[in-house]
Design a protein around this ligand. Structure first.
Ligand code: ADP
Length: 303
C-alpha cells in the first residue's frame, strides 16, 4: 500500500485567442475542467500502473471536491481518509492558454493548505496499513516534515518529490529513502546549477551526502539517472518521441517508478518503465488525461 499525502486541485483551463492585457476583459473560446494537483495526479498514476494508492489530503465542501473524489474512486484510489475542510474551497488552478500555447496560471491552494499536523495525527490508522509514503510540497511544509518523521518511526519507506521546490529541515534528509527530482529541483536543493551534464552527478552526490538513500533525477528528453548511497550511478536513456505537452510528465514518471518498484521490479527496470510512461505522457495534452495505462506502457516498451 502506498500512502500519497498531497494536493487535490480542480484545474480550469480557459482557452483564449490572446492572453488578457492589464485591465482587459476578454471572452473565452473554450473552458474545460480537469482533475489535478500533484498529489492526486501521482495517486492516479500509481493506480493506473497497477499498485494500490491511498490518498491523504483535503478538499472543500463543494462540487469540485466531490468531483475529485468521484474521479479518484473511478481510478481505484482509496479516498476514505480524504478530509473535508469547512469554510474553504477545494484547491484550484486557473490556467489561461492562448493560441500559441503560452499560458498564465493562478493557483488557489484552498483546502490543501489545511492539510495540517492535526490532520496527519488524526489519520494514524492510514499509516498502519502503509508500506510506502509518497510526498510532494503542495501541502504545508511542516506537514511534510511531520509525515517524514512519522513514517520513519513506523518503518514506512519515504519517497519525496520536492515540487514545488522548498527547503526542509536538513536532519530529515537521512529519513528519505528515495528523492525524485527534476533538473530545477536538483539545482535548487544541491546548490549546484546543473547547466551541463557534468554537474548532474556532482549535484546528486550533494543530496546523497545529506543522507538521502537514493536520488533519482529526471532529465526530460535525456531520460533519468539514479545514484545510491554508495554513489553508484545508473543511467536510463529516454525513449525518442515527438513531445507536444510536458504537463504531468514528472507526475507520470513518479507514479510509474513507484508502482513498478513496489511490484517487485528492480530500480533499473522501474526507471525504464517510468521513462516509457513519461514518454507517452508528453505526447498527449493535459495532466491526468495524459497518464497512460499499464498495458499502454507495456505495449510501448515491446514495440
Ligand atoms: P518534470 O516535468 O517534472 O520537469 P521531466 O521533464 O524531467 O520532469 O520529465 C519526466 C520524465 O518524462 C523524463 O525523465 C522522461 O523519462 C520523460 N520525458 C520528458 N520529456 C520527454 C521527451 N521530450 N521525450 C521523451 N521522454 C520525455
Amino acid at each position: 500500500q502506498i500512502l500519497v499525502i498531497g494536493s487535490l486541485n480542480m484545474d480550469t483551463v480557459i482557452t483564449v485567442e490572446n492572453l488578457p492585457k492589464d485591465g482587459e476583459t476578454i471572452i473565452a473560446k473554450e473552458v474545460n475542467k480537469f482533475c489535478g494537483g500533484k498529489g492526486s495526479n501521482q495517486a492516479v498514476a500509481i493506480a493506473r500502473f497497477g499498485a494500490n494508492a491511498i490518498m491523504l489530503g483535503k478538499i472543500g465542501k463543494d462540487e469540485n471536491g466531490k468531483a475529485l473524489i468521484a474521479s479518484l474512486e473511478k481510478e481505484g484510489v482509496t479516498t476514505e481518509y480524504i478530509g473535508i475542510e469547512e469554510g474553504v474551497l477545494t484547491g484550484a488552478a486557473f490556467i489561461n492558454v492562448d493560441k500559441e500555447g503560452t499560458n498564465t496560471i493562478v493557483v488557489d491552494p484552498g483546502a490543501n493548505y489545511s492539510v495540517d499536523k492535526d490532520y496527519i495525527n488524526e489519520k494514524a490508522s492510514a499509516f498502519r496499513v502503509a508500506d510506502y509514503c509518497l510526498l510532494q510540497y503542495e501541502v504545508p511544509i511542516e506537514t511534510v516534515e511531520l509525515a517524514i518523521e512519522k513514517c520513519y518511526e513506523e518503518d514506512i519507506k519515504v519517497i519525496v518529490n520536492p515540487s514545488p521546490v522548498a527547503q526542509i529541515k536538513e536532519t530529515l534528509y537521512e529519513k528519505i529513502d528515495m528523492l525524485i527530482v527534476n533538473e530545477t529541483e536538483l539545482s535548487e536543493l544541491s546548490g549546484i546549477q546543473v547547466v551541463e551534464d557534468v554537474y548532474i552527478q556532482k549535484a546528486m552526490s550533494v543530496l546523497v551526502n545529506k543522507g538521502v538513500k537514493c536520488v533519482i533525477a529526471t532529465l526530460g528528453s535525456k531520460g533519468s539517472i539514479y545514484m545510491d548511497a554508495s554513489y553508484k550511478v545508473e543511467y536510463q536513456e529516454a525513449f525518442k518521441v515527438n513531445a507536444i505537452d510536458s504537463t504531468a510528465a514528472g507526475d507520470t514518471f513518479t507514479g510509474a517508478l513507484i508502482a513498478s518498484f513496489v511490484k517487485g521490479g528492480d530500480l533499473k527496470k522501474s526507471m525504464r518503465f517510468a521513462n516509457a510512461a513519461g514518454a507517452i505522457a508528453v505526447q498527449t495534452k493535459g495532466a491526468q488525461d495524459s497518464i497512460p495505462m499499464l498495458s499502454d506502457v507495456e505495449k510501448f516498451i515491446a514495440e
